[in-house]
Ligand binder design. Structure first.
Ligand code: BDR
Ligand code: CA
Length: 309
């Protein structure tokens, strides 16, 4: 059983990732969900996490709200992809249980310091602001973190918010720079891999056919993303970025990784948030693993099977 902290900005694909994690209690002990400003404003990402938690029936998991803005840059949401609420067109309600007291960054620092080295894995599916703040609050967490598994960055694929940057890194490049240059062991799910894992019609239909609250909500979220993908990008089948992070935690054999060094562009207005991924390194010294391939059918089989539970 892996102990995890799940840091996110729900977000349609964050929500599906949360459902996958909530549906896997025999594999993942979720110590806390922490939320951050990103896809929508911080109040909404915290509320959305509580909505998803309630649909999943997992009110045993605490939620802590975190950074309301990136470290240096002004907030820039991705409402065009996630809808005004952040949860597409999912019918919303006021969750019965709200967030717990305690800032996300402090909670991350405290939990990591109060567990054995390597015991806690961090899953990050939003801008890295909370983790960067936690590292600044308590630098010793870097040595104690199990792997940090993140969704962010792009190499071969180019960007999705600018020509050269992926949204999570671009939204807070300074935070991403702190995390990647900290020495923490990271597994990075960038667009190179998440663009291989798309909710095509057959995969979406398989989830829609499952009769659980989490599957019904996930199918609605995927259908919303697929419609946006058609309208804005012109493709069929939206990539499920954030669920790749949880799928990796549950079934790492579904992904191919390559050791690298990774630096984030923080200065250039043109390429801000670009991830420079260098494979010409000594692999034995690498702290960062870049995902290059995924078994997309395997990821969807896992998601569909877990959502049925
Ligand atoms: C990432 O950006 C967000 O909009 C998604 O939730 C995902 O985490 C993809 O670039
Ligand atoms: Ca996200």
């Amino acid at each position: 059983m892996k102990k995890i902290i799940f840091d996110c900005d729900p977000g349609v694909d964050d929500a599906v990732a949360l459902f996958l994690a909530f549906a896997s209690p025999q594999d993942l002990d979720i110590l806390a969900i922490t939320t951050v400003a990103g896809n929508v404003a911080a109040d909404l990402t915290a509320r959305n996490a509580a909505v998803i938690r309630q649909i999943a029936g997992r009110e045993d998991v605490p939620i802590h709200a975190g950074a309301r803005a990136p470290l240096i840059r002004p907030p820039f949401d991705a409402g065009a992809f996630h809808g005004e609420s952040g949860l597409g067109d999912l019918p919303l309600f006021e969750p019965a249980k709200g967030v717990e007291p305690g800032h996300a960054a402090q909670v991350i620092a405290d939990l990591v310091m109060n567990h054995a080295p390597g015991e806690i894995t961090l899953a990050v599916t939003g801008p890295f602001t909370n983790l960067a703040l936690a590292i600044r609050l308590e630098p010793d967490i870097v040595e104690r973190l199990g792997p940090v598994v993140v969704m962010g960055g792009a190499r071969r694929e180019g960007g999705n918010i600018t020509a050269s940057a992926e949204y999570n890194i671009w939204a807070d490049p300074h935070a991403a720079d702190i995390v990647f240059s900290s020495g923490a062991a990271c597994v990075v799910m960038g667009l190179d891999v998440t663009h291989q894992v798309r909710s095509d019609p057959a995969r979406t239909a398989a989830i829609a056919a499952v009769d659980t609250p989490a599957a019904r909500a996930s199918a609605a979220l995927l259908e919303f993303s697929n419609a946006i993908e058609r309208d804005i990008v012109g493709g069929s089948g939206a990539p499920i970025h954030d669920p790749c992070v949880v799928a990796y935690l549950l079934a790492p054999q579904l992904f191919t990784l390559r050791p690298c060094e990774l630096r984030v562009e923080t200065a250039s207005p043109l390429t801000l948030g670009h991830t420079a991924v260098e494979f010409r390194i000594d692999p034995t010294a690498a702290r960062i693993q870049w995902a290059t391939g995924a078994d997309a059918d395997g990821v969807f089989a896992l998601l569909t099977e877990r959502l049925a539970r």
